[in-house]
Design a protein around this ligand. Structure first.
Ligand SMILES: [Ca+2]
Length: 329
């Protein structure tokens, strides 16, 4: 019996062995077979699957203290990422606008999600997805979730959208340029260029169409924006913060909520909005709409959703400035 994870602080009951891993993969094989995955795909993918102790180390490496939004925001929303986003929008404008129109989603959100997930395809992760998911499932704390994702990944291989060697991603199983988990891929990835494959690793048509489709299917409201940074009047109670306290923009305006520059709120006055305060009421505060909830469905973090919205705004703003300059010349 070979002990795989010697350096991890597991109790004897948690000792992971190669034998245990192989026997677990037999269960997965039976599960996949019962869901229609071919024997060929199952044996090809699972026989070569490898347990990755590093995956578990990364999963267990909890940061000692929570990062503040005020620290996270400048890192994610760097000038570099904004500039690159504007450039990417310019370079891929035809494709982006094409899919934005089909799915009723503004193109800057497709670019922003791409930019924050993988720095515009620059870093998509080099871990074999089958290895990552098999390891996480075998580890056991979230076995049901990861085993389901593993079987979904086998279905993707079975449908030949990507080869086993090319099916790479993050240590936690997020794949390709928009970092879809296999279940999101199966539900939302689309074949943008019509070549019969949904390739979110290498084909930008597929990446853009899949992101737009995800937003659309999750309830995106065209031309409503996501939210805006606001200044709250003194004395707003904490009970008014958060998605349980949704009121029309008109209500917030009456209460004295202003834009950062002290102006009246822009946006449809009937639009339902709620306050987000990632660092509490002493930090930056935002008023957000239903599209913010759509971004939260992609990733439950308010840090993530807020910076996606801000990056999308910055990309669109850069674009309209450029158009205006071109017009004035
Ligand atoms: Ca395709």
């Amino acid at each position: 019996m070979i002990l795989i994870a010697l350096f991890l602080p597991f109790s004897a009951a948690n000792a992971y062995t190669e034998e245990g891993f192989r026997s677990f993969l037999k269960e997965v094989a039976a599960d996949a077979r019962s869901q229609g995955v071919s024997d060929l795909t199952i044996s090809m993918a699972l026989q070569s699957a490898t347990f990755k102790p590093r995956t578990i180390e990364l999963d267990r490496a909890q940061p000692e203290k929570k990062t503040l939004y005020a620290e996270y925001k400048p890192k994610i929303l760097s000038q570099d990422r904004i500039d690159k986003g504007r450039l990417m929008y310019k370079q891929h404008r035809v494709q982006l606008n094409h899919f934005a129109n089909i799915y009723g989603v503004e193109p800057q959100y497709i670019v922003a999600l791409w930019g924050i997930e993988t720095n515009y395809g620059g870093f998509t992760g080099g871990t074999g997805i089958i290895d990552a998911l098999a390891t996480m499932a075998y580890e056991g704390r979230r076995r049901e979730f990861f085993q389901k994702e593993l079987v979904e990944a086998l279905k993707i291989l079975d449908e030949k959208h990507i080869t086993l060697d090319e099916m790479k991603g993050s240590w936690a199983g997020a794949m390709g340029q928009n970092q879809f988990m296999p279940s999101s891929f199966r539900a939302y990835a689309v074949d943008g260029d019509g070549d019969g494959k949904r390739d979110i690793w290498k084909d930008l048509d597929d990446v853009f169409a899949s992101t737009a489709n995800y937003l659309r299917q999750s309830g995106w409201q065209h031309n409503q924006g996501w939210g805006q940074r606001v200044k709250l009047p003194q004395g707003i109670p904490a009970t008014m913060v958060g998605k349980e306290y949704r009121r029309p923009i008109a209500y917030w305006q009456k209460l004295g909520v202003k834009t950062l520059n002290g102006h009246n709120l822009s946006a449809n006055k009937r639009l339902e909005a709620y306050i987000v305060a990632p660092d509490g009421l002493s930090g930056e505060t935002y008023l957000v709409y239903s599209n913010y909830d759509v971004i939260l469905k992609w990733n439950r973090s308010t840090y993530f959703a807020t910076t996606v919205g801000l990056l999308a705004d910055a990309i669109a703003q850069g674009d309209s400035q450029e158009q205006e300059e071109a017009y004035n010349q």
